[in-house]
Design a protein around this ligand. Sequence first.
Ligand code: ZN
Length: 263
Amino acid sequence: MISAGLGIYAIAIPALLFVLLAGTEIIWPCRKLVLGRYPRWRTHALFFATNAIVGRLLSFLVVVGVAANWADANQFGALNLIALPVWVDAIIAFILLDFAVWFQHLIMHRSPYLWRMHAVHHSDRDLDVTTALRFHPFELIVSTVYKSAIVALLGVPVIVALAFELWLNTNALFNHSNIRLPRKLERVLRLFLVTPDMHLVHHSTLIDEQKHNFGFALTVWDRVFGTYRAESILGAENQKIGLSNIDDARPSGFMWSMKQPIT
Ligand SMILES: [Zn+2]
């Protein structure tokens, strides 16, 4: 089982990163917010609270606690077929899980049913660190079931499954944040990792641009499968964020956002 110490890191690292990014955004924002922080932040705090109970807890317990422990105990899954050092298993699992998450994101945009859930994330008219918390509980449940199946099929070691969840969460906080990185650093970083400028393109109101930059952590998948786009055709400064048919303050409301998939 997972030690309490690791569980604390899984909470403390994203929490610390959140505070750092939120503080940086407030002092040196990259873009001026369209709808501002309030009541968006309240709504996103409510998303976080809801997802902490029905989503993240479920995700942590099911993906890590059940799928990974079960695969470990039964020596099930592709990675258990050959005896490799744990660090080799870890690298293979990280790469495959990162691809699985990229692919899931692409399908979320392709399937009309799944898009209804994922559109809640895209309906935010601004992009900042709190947008990373804005996922409908329906979408988190779908992600949990999907990731659990992948973790079990691959036979991902428990510690690696936990580390991957942490990796995914910290990357999501980073690439949704409204911070400006030094240009040279950003250009080098985006060769490997999804940067805020790169993920911004994916949140464009233009549908064609939403179908690019699906990556949450590694940029390799978008580059290999031809879905990489460096910048909006309107330029980063003029690009609008959100959905083209929602140009009012409704996404700032919690109840409106919760009902969005079924309206
Ligand atoms: Zn998306």
